[in-house]
Ligand binder design. Sequence first.
Ligand code: PMT
Length: 224
Amino acid sequence: PKDLAGERVLVTAGPTREELDPVRYLSNHSSGKMGYAIARAARRRGARVTLVTGPVCLAEPFGVETISVVSAAEMREAVVSRFAAASIVIKAAAVADFRPEARAGSKIKKSAGETVLRLARTGDILAEIGRLKNGQFIAGFAAETDDLGGNAVKKLKEKNLDMIVANDVTREGAGFAVDTNIVTMIFSDGRIEDMPLMDKETLADTILDRIAAMRRQSPNLASG
Ligand code: PMT
């Protein structure tokens, strides 16, 4: 069904890379598969879709405006500048929480003994758009290795989200760089839905089913 016609969906996907020097960076295992599946499904269902993506090896989805970024700071700029025009935001990207405090201009030389790397925090994009929220539906993801429910509910509340999709990334078939996921969907009204192992394409449509139903109940933003 074209049940997202008229919606403007902003999706983030993939990892960010935080450069240490011209040849090294800090990053994570995100392949972009989860976010790209959501972007494709939203377009199929009639939405106008913008995908902000970190560096991945996936084909640009047909019919989706795709913005490529590298660092968390670039992803923040791309998301915040497009936020006001969006009616639904889904943040599947694995944004780095830390970056090297300083980026060396030339390759850091090996030296005898240990090297200490000083890290600085990156800005939390989801928390920032949660503060800017003006009728948009915001769905975050939570990648957890322990206390899945507790940590995800904390993120849902602290970041002013409508929904959080929590995955325990230590479970086989869930999380980073696989074609499947196992998630718990938690909603701001307190509902919790545990999902079985699903391929990411089916899960993308399931997440959009829930969002479309909630948008029908309270279309608090004029879309189109
Ligand atoms: O890309 P795949 O290989 O398919 O893997 C999918 C996935 C595991 C990356 C995905 O399912 C997932 O869990 N994405 C969120 C990963 C993550 O960064 O989780 P988090 O718990 O650290 O962050 C919580 C939320 O805040 C996320 O929506 C994240 O996009 C957002 N965030 C985090 C840090 C930051 N500086 N800014 C943010 O906006």
